[in-house]
Design a protein around this ligand. Structure first.
Ligand code: GSH
Length: 262
């Protein structure tokens, strides 16, 4: 057991350790002046190909597949390990300093969109694709879209952090979050036993959001050997859905997008 003595009031440690310890601060807001480039396409995406970062790329490439040229985009690389997300221009688009962040330049005034699930929703509503208009069907998509935004922090910030990034392997934390990660995987597996896509018969933004985390985990493409550790092969319906979506040309292109440097 660790020697940690709980102080009455938390103090910011001088060194955190771990992969992200050097970047984290207990304050929000911009840390330096920054001018981000803009291209000439209607959408400007500032991002990186993490599980949250691939969601808008999948959506943009699916829209391209349907011939929606009004959804053309420039993609700029935000190096989160170097702290690009704390620059003034990025913070003006996403005050929460997380990728992905998007600017819609197609109207009279730029519209900023942050939170990856909201980017999917915004684009689905704007272009009328991948979100049914029927109230009950649309609601089921939103059930799963919101599920993803609530569930993934337990997978990423909980399991992934303590399994892969934390400077020491803490058995309690790994067990706590492996338990929850496997419960989530089992939930998806059971749901996908009854329907081809997570919200029913059609492929929607809920599949894009969930595939970006749980599909990539099912492929063991997130943290080194995390899929093996969680025995993702046992979730047969999740595996079949993962493969089906991985074969979509738009998804394959999204995973290979080349970013412009900032
Ligand atoms: N709920 C947010 C989470 C975004 C997020 O956590 N992004 C991570 C990369 S996947 C990030 O930018 N991390 C940088 C940091 O925390 O400083 C979303 O879905 O957009």
């Amino acid at each position: 057991m660790s020697e940690y003595k709980l102080p009455e009031i938390w103090e910011n440690p001088s060194a955190m350790g771990g992969a992200w310890g050097g970047l984290n601060q207990p304050t929000a807001g911009s840390r330096f002046e920054q001018t981000l480039p803009r291209g000439d396409k209607p959408f400007q995406l500032y991002s990186l190909s993490t599980p949250n970062g691939i969601k808008p790329l999948i959506m943009f490439e699916e829209l391209r597949e349907l011939g929606v040229s009004a959804a053309d985009y420039d993609a700029f690389r935000i190096k989160i390990g170097d702290g690009n997300q704390f620059g003034s221009d990025f913070v003006a688009i996403n005050p929460n300093s997380k990728i992905p962040a998007l600017l819609d330049l197609s109207g009279d005034k730029p519209v900023r969109i942050f939170e990856s699930a909201n980017i999917l929703l915004y684009l689905a509503e704007k272009f009328n694709h991948f979100l049914p208009s029927d109230t009950a069907e649309r609601n089921e998509v939103l059930n799963w879209l919101f599920w993803q935004t609530g569930a993934a922090p337990f997978l990423g910030g909980g399991f992934g952090h303590f399994f892969h990034y934390a400077p020491e392997k803490i058995e309690y934390a790994i067990n706590r979050f492996a338990m929850e990660a496997k419960r989530q995987l089992d939930l998806l597996d059971k749901e996908l036993a009854t329907k081809p896509y997570i919200a029913g018969d059609t492929y929607t933004i809920a599949d894009m959001a969930i595939w970006s985390w749980y599909g990539r985990l099912a492929q063991d493409k997130i943290w080194d050997k995390a899929g093996l550790f969680l025995n993702v092969k046992e979730y047969k319906n999740l595996q079949a859905w993962t493969d089906k979506i991985a074969q979509r040309p738009a998804v394959q292109r999204a995973l290979e997008v080349e970013y412009q440097e900032i």
